[in-house]
Write a protein that binds this ligand. Structure first.
Ligand code: WT7
Length: 649
């Protein structure tokens, strides 16, 4: 195991980790020469490069034109038709993959299921036919609010088969958050479960669905999977059990080709305003990007057991639990529950028992494991692992080194993958058999991706300098719009830097051109690898009748990357409330992930003369630092002084 002294020297030396000769030899892209050749080819003619990747998929009808780019709106593989579910399932049924495990699943209580490609195909066809009988047609939106069970993937693939865009809502979100997302997408069917298992307890999902759907008149049908078996009430005419819905449904469901630009899914993410954005992804380009990156970044082979720990409620679960690996005919391991239940070695126990070979998780999880201690993984034989990955936030070198040693046994390359809900798939990442890695850096953009660190005018900044992380050319997996709001799409992503997609992240490159992500530059905080909008949390707080104003900022948190501090002022004459009550208000409005760690009551907030809250100062205070920088625009020095004084008490 590593210790801090080792890390300091490592950073000073700028040590790099090269893939072993053995790993490189067996890899899809092995060694410098192969990597350079791929990068040269992609740089020379990126559109042609992506066409070659698209040809690796199964198309019902070829495209007429690879890219139609009318800034900022892109269409990829125009005129082409394909079926995503046929790409993930049907095309594997012709050869030996038919009877290979597609999904190996374990529930939190320890129950297990394995579905071969043939079995998964059958379940998807049957369920797609059931959805058809319930009135689902191509273009209809379907909301999915499910625990991590095989049926969650079945539901997604069935929607894809029918060309009905799904909107998966993370099952940790509250009823109110679910309601907003159902309404915004205009979903007419909701697929959910009675509940799911988490930390030994049942999460009552059906109750949340009932509360949400009561305010969604457009919802016609609710399909409920029986997972936990707890008592739920079923509404006549609206609710139907999954097992009843599939009764007598045929296993024959032809996979018709859908237009390459048909919406495949909507996924809501936080932006710098209070309202979540429905990020829209379409069919041909998205799958091309997800399949290509899954194959090369995770070096997927026929014999791999790939475990991405993300929930299907996040984009990582879409691209690297379902679509990317299944398009490659890989075996996916899926787990329902919490990482430390019933014991702190649950993950390592499952890796050993299922022979997981490639493991992909978030730095926040790794930090939690570091804290628990190396004795838990040490109890298990983790020699099946050959490759590790991280995503969601920058990984600190200490956690990287621990991951490398305690989990990877010092022999597994680590791919630190930078991407976003909006990018659809991985953008900046090592190729494990070729790219030398440096702990804490996602290395360089993948072949075909033109990401750069630029200034406000879009000019590349010199190596070593910081700037804005932008993408200078369209790529197949890019979001196509914000659902129902193309203007927001344009202003959010394409108005800050001329001609570029702006990621919202700051970054710098080093002397070798490696990218180091510096975090968000907008009003978005990254808590445990998930983006949360400070404005959204603020609007939840001011939804409380006694709160006048709220300002939410991030503070450094050893485990979660960032924690949430809320500064709150009360309405004049209002009865005091406890911070617990305000925290609960946020949990109810959004979900437990957005619950503030700290609530600080204050008489006033530091503002500029024009009335803008000076978050920079609040961030300093929340981080336990003396507010620094320019305060010449501050209206009321007394407000700041009072907050500081409260801190020093
Ligand atoms: C934001 C995107 C798409 C994966 C899950 C998060 C941060 C993501 C990294 C990384 C440093 C990272 C960025 C990005 N981020 N991966 N490897 N290194 N930062 O998806 O919720 O859309 O958040 O997560 O700030 O903009 P998301």
């Amino acid at each position: 195991m590593s210790h801090p002294a080792h890390i300091t020297t490592l950073l000073k030396e700028g040590r790099v980790f090269k893939p072993s000769a053995a790993f490189a030899k067996a890899a899809h892209v092995g060694g410098r020469a192969a990597w350079d050749a791929l990068r040269r080819k992609a740089a020379k003619d990126p559109v042609r490069f992506w066409e070659e990747r698209a040809r690796e998929l199964l198309w019902a009808k070829p495209w007429r034109k690879a890219l139609d780019w009318k800034f900022p709106f892109a269409k990829w593989f125009v005129g082409g038709r394909l079926n995503v579910s046929a790409n993930c399932l049907d095309r594997h049924l012709d050869g030996p993959r038919a009877n290979k495990a597609a999904l190996v699943w374990e529930g939190e209580p320890g129950d297990q299921r394995t579905l071969t490609y043939r079995q998964l195909h059958r379940e998807v066809c049957v369920f797609a036919n059931a959805l058809k009988r319930l009135g689902v047609k191509a273009g209809d939106r379907v909301a999915i609010y499910m625990p991590m069970v095989p049926e969650a993937a079945v539901a997604m693939l069935a929607c894809a088969r029918l060309g009905a865009p799904h909107s998966v809502v993370f099952a940790g979100f509250s009823a109110e958050a679910l309601r907003d997302r159902i309404q915004d997408a205009g979903a007419k069917v909701v697929i959910a479960a009675d509940g799911g298992w988490r930390k030994g307890a049942v999460v009552p999902l059906k109750a949340a669905v009932d509360e949400a759907v009561a305010q969604c008149p457009a919802v016609e049908k609710v399909v409920i999977l029986r997972r936990t078996g707890q008592g739920v009430s079923m509404k006549d005419g609206r609710d139907v059990w999954w097992h009843d819905a599939v009764q007598g449904a045929s296993a024959d469901c032809p996979a018709v080709g859908h237009d390459s630009e048909n919406p495949l899914f909507i996924l809501y993410t936080s932006g710098s305003t209070g309202k979540p954005k429905g990020v829209l992804h379409t069919t041909g380009g998205y799958l091309t990007h997800a399949a290509y990156t899954a194959r090369l970044v995770f070096d997927l082979k026929e014999t791999d057991v790939f475990w991405c720990t993300a929930d299907i409620g996040w984009v990582t679960g879409h691209s690297y639990v379902v679509y990317g690996p299944l398009a490659n005919g890989a075996t996916v391991f899926m787990y329902e529950g919490a990482p430390m239940t019933p014991a702190p070695d649950r993950f390592w126990d499952m890796i050993e028992r299922h022979g997981v070979t490639v493991f992909y998780t978030a730095p926040t999880a790794i930090r939690a494991f570091v804290r628990l201690g190396g004795e838990h993984p040490a109890k298990h034989d983790l020699s099946s692992l050959r490759l590790l990955g991280t995503v969601g936030e920058p990984i600190n070198p200490e956690a990287w080194l621990w991951y490398h040693e305690a989990i990877g046994g010092g022999r597994c390359p680590i791919v630190d993958t930078w991407w976003q809900t909006e990018t659809g798939g991985i953008m900046i990442s090592p190729l494990p058999g070729a790219t030398p890695t440096k702990p804490g850096s996602a290395t360089v953009p993948l072949p075909g991706i033109e990401a750069a660190v630029v200034d406000r005018e879009g000019n590349p900044v010199p190596k070593g300098a910081g700037g804005l992380l932008a993408v200078r050319r369209p790529w197949p997996g890019m979001l196509r719009s914000v659902w129902g709001d193309p203007e927001r799409y344009r202003s959010q992503y394409f108005s800050q830097i001329p001609g570029c997609y702006f990621t919202g992240d700051g970054a710098r490159t080093d002397k070798d051109g490696y990218f180091w992500i510096l975090g968000r530059v907008d009003d978005v905080i990254n808590v445990a690898g998930h983006r949360l909008s400070t404005m959204e949390i603020e609007s939840a707080l001011v939804g409380h009748p006694r709160v006048a104003e709220a300002a939410v900022v991030g503070h450094p948190d050893e485990l979660k990357g960032q924690g949430i501090t809320a500064f709150v002022t009360m309405r004049g004459g209002a009865e005091p409330v406890t911070s617990e009550e305000l925290k609960a208000t946020v949990t109810k409005a959004i979900g437990a992930i957005a619950r503030p760690d700290v609530v600080r009551f204050t008489e006033s907030l530091p503002k500029t003369r024009s009335g803008k809250i000076m978050r920079r100062l609040l961030r300093d205070i929340a981080s336990g630092e003396k507010p620094t920088g320019d305060t010449t625009t501050l209206e009321d020095f007394a407000a700041l002084a009072r907050l500081q004084a409260a801190q020093e008490e």
